[in-house]
Design a protein around this ligand. Sequence first.
Ligand code: M6R
Length: 652
Amino acid sequence: MCGIVAGLAQRDISKILIEGLHRLEYRGYDSAGVAVIDPAGELRRARAVGKVRALEDELREAPLSGAIGVAHTRWATHGRPAQHNAHPHLSSERVAVVHNGIIENHEALRGELEGAGYVFTSETDTEVVAHLVDRELCSGLALPEAVNAVTARLDGAFALAVMEQRNPELLVGARQGSPLVVGVGIDEHFIASDPLALLPVTDRFIYLDEGDMVAITPAGIQVLERTGDRDELTPVTREVVRYEHSVEAAGKGEYRHFMMKEIMEQPRVLSRTLAERLDPQGVRLEAFDVSRHSFLAASAGNESGAEGGKQGVDVARLTQLFADVRQVQIIACGTSYHAGMVARYWLEEVAGIPAQVEVASEFRYRERVAAPGTLFLTLSQSGETADTLAALRDIQKLNREGPQAGHYLASLAICNVAGSSLVRESDLSLLTHAGPEIGVASTKAFTTQLVALMLTTLALRQAKGDGQTDDLLSRQLLMRLKDLPHVIEQSLALDGEIAQLAEKFMHRHHTLFLGRGSQYPIAMEGALKLKEISYIHAEAYAAGELKHGPLALIDEDMPVVAVAPMDDLMEKLKSNLQEVRARGGQLFVFADPEVSLKAGEGVHVVTVPGVCRFLAPIVYAVPLQLLSYHVAVLKGTDVDQPRNLAKSVTVE
Ligand code: M6R
């Protein structure tokens, strides 16, 4: 998705902006651009299609410098990737705008502006913003008021950074629906879509709230809240938060690709996600954070809170809330959705609570009925996924309308980014301490989500346990969880064997993935990984469904990957695999050591470390990640930034 970097400094900003764009590359983009106001007071711009490197080539030919600037990586929505559609967009050589999001009413606004004599040079929705700001400036408004007046007319989602040629000491940002943070430096300040863009220059950030604007001048940062029907701007104080990860955490280290680094980090980040969250009695409810305005806060009304706008949870209230949960509604997208699908099995079997899982983009557009006592659980690595956020906002609106509209008990976000919108807007959050995930293909975020979901499942079981002291299943699961990082390490040791196996996939056009029970979502996740980075068409089926249609696809050209842990469905899965083999299908089975499956003609078996059946989905996800990684490397695709995809999907 589009990425914004902008800043006002006491030195040339252009290099900081370009470095910031490189750091935003992982979000996915097709063109890039930068504009500065140079020392002579001229607004200068450079734009290029393709990688940031292409923009750098252009800047080598025609360098630009200045103390204030805005820069952008564009992921095309309106208008093809082309230089004239790349941001920044200008109006009258006076105003420069970069934008992330979609302006839904841009056609009507474009018509109005063309009627007023503005000439458009792009097909983008963004260009209307530049011209609208220019028109407001011409009417005598100062830049912050002009941007405010314009944003009041925009429908859709946006994060904006705007500067004006006549005022090189003022940078304005605005957010509504798309992420934007302010980087707090010493005598220099910045705006970006993501803190990662600014880590070389600061580790202190202000996470803007929905609807906030910010004005940056040499005198400092002023965050402005829109009040009085949005046309007044009132200064407001927002907390400055220190970023918890180092610059190195966002680097590739010794690895060729971020994806491999992130796969290999899993034992460590799983340990970190578990650390200090377990005690001999079970899951520590203090692991859950509450947002500033949540009724679950330890001391209601105390806004100073802990880091990231969070504060301690009232354990007694949370225990009661968890005891009251009668159903869990899980909402997520992509890989996070697959984590939710695994959790449904756990919630129903371990906690005895019915659970439903749905992709956010479907959930938000249908009439729904919430059963009484429903906990609304969102899952997201980034915490900025537009569909997931919209679903959360939707149910919050319902809650405000009252119980007759379908009341949810509370919202819980399981998320990897502490200051993200999802975390800040949910009642409760449980952070997955995966660290920055840069590769578009989600790996460590997925397995840490699963651990967080198991912790949540156990916390719900505990709360329902009515003080039951000797809960054998909980005790066993806690023990196994502690051992999990070690088991994951063992499954990473399969890397060499899987790299060889990958050769059998590189010339294939299709692959089927099979699993049963809680491994069915793991098969889905394996298929998603393979298709997104190797561009091989891959489908997952619950193995029992084969005979209802997909069996027709099986022949000697169809590789079939199966996940086969030791569980109650093992014998049934084996019969399904026989059905494949009988039709000439090539089997690649990731199996528990106790599953007696013999490798032979057309049957490849990779032995996965033994693990209890509940935690098996976490362990089996890892070899499938490795498989897709090695196939993609052999095919020579762009592993970390696969075509057409974005890391953080901040538009619908
Ligand atoms: O940040 P989120 O977890 O909300 O992102 C959801 C999906 O966009 C994401 O998981 C996507 O499917 C990944 N590229 C999969 O590897």
